[in-house]
Write a protein that binds this ligand. Structure first.
Ligand SMILES: [Ca+2]
Ligand SMILES: [Ca+2]
Length: 78
């Protein structure tokens, strides 16, 4: 655990909650299907699975086609 104070960084607790909301099967990875569902629930019904895959691919650092929390978090901190 890091405890770095004094920088305007995103809140890791909030990020964790958001990640867990998207990761509906709780396996610790966000797939394109889970991401698409989350966006649809947020009102973005235009997102198709291939769009979700493209978004995942941009954030996917290790190329496994899923987002780990580290990848999700790294993206938030860009
Ligand atoms: Ca999952
Ligand atoms: Ca990945």
């Amino acid at each position: 655990m890091h405890d770095t104070r004094g920088g305007p960084v995103a809140d890791i607790e909030e990020a964790r909650k958001q990640f867990e909301r998207i990761d509906t099967d709780d396996d610790g990875f966000i797939t394109a299907a889970e991401f698409k569902t989350a966006l649809a629930q947020g009102g973005d019904w235009n997102v198709t699975e291939s769009v979700a895959e493209a978004i995942i691919a941009r954030r996917d650092l290790d190329g496994d086609k899923q987002l780990s929390f580290d990848e999700f978090w790294a993206h938030l901190n860009k």
